[in-house]
Design a binder for this molecule. Sequence first.
Ligand SMILES: NC(=O)c1ccc[n+]([C@@H]2O[C@H](COP(=O)([O-])OP(=O)(O)OC[C@H]3O[C@@H](n4cnc5c(N)ncnc54)[C@H](OP(=O)(O)O)[C@@H]3O)[C@@H](O)[C@H]2O)c1
Length: 273
Amino acid sequence: MILVTGATGNVGREVVQALARAGEPVRALVRRPADLPAEQAVGDLDRPESLAPALDGVRGVFLLPGYRDMPGLLTRMRESGVERVVLLSSLATVATDTDNVLSAYMIGSETAVRESGLAWTFLRPNAFMSNALRWLPQLRAGDVVRDSFGTVPVASVDPYDIAGVAVRALLDPGHEGRVYPLSGPEPLLPARRLAVLADVLGRDLRFHDLSDEEGRADMAAAGVPEPYIRAFFGFYGDGTLDESQVYPTVERVTGAPPRTFHQWATAHRASFT
Ligand SMILES: NC(=O)c1ccc[n+]([C@@H]2O[C@H](COP(=O)([O-])OP(=O)(O)OC[C@H]3O[C@@H](n4cnc5c(N)ncnc54)[C@H](OP(=O)(O)O)[C@@H]3O)[C@@H](O)[C@H]2O)c1
């Protein structure tokens, strides 16, 4: 039995679907019952003691990072019989300013998994294609999308492909102790991603690149805590994180090339209409 955490989220939902399609026994960890094609167990990753029913009979876990007590969580998993963990980490772990809060959060989770005594695989994706869903409120209000980092190319990755790699690492031998950087097939500027979305939606959309001051103010107004704002501006403003690189990992592990942003936008068209 595989337990999938974050099962209602962008990546976890794809992992649940991929395991269900493959006919593998899969259980989705949820905080409240959801519409998913799998058995569900209710639990909270910030309260390891709530996970006993979810962990019953589980051998492999797809794990998201950053919960309150990662070492305690992993000890509980090991003691209940879990053997293997695939951790969704981030390329932020190799940014040059690893003391920034987002890198620290990922590095802390990787360290806890390394020290857990469980077999592990780390997935270190670039930014997700699904981050374009953050444009939804602006796209409902009009045809202009205002966003930061307009000159930063990112080879963003489809959660579908992250899930494809996760499933192979959960089910097949040979992935233990491996660290997988994951990207999509090409680096794109945000304006280019918006142009692809415009094409798929049949709309005339325009990108407005925010100044740093505007970008910081927008994030603060959206409730992003100041250390996170500093972290994003460190990565993409100061350039301490390079997400423009394309990696061969998705195709090597899954046998299929990574999906394009056009494919992601087409698959998620309904979310934008
Ligand atoms: N976005 C990016 O570009 C990017 C890049 C690299 C890495 N990452 C990392 O990837 C991870 C997953 O991203 P995503 O987009 O799939 O996430 P998401 O769509 O925001 O979903 C988060 C999931 O975690 C669940 N969750 C949150 N707190 C929980 C708790 N205490 N106990 C149990 N479940 C809990 C949520 O469940 P509910 O339905 O109950 O809320 C939801 O299923 C994030 O941790 C992020 O740091 C993101």
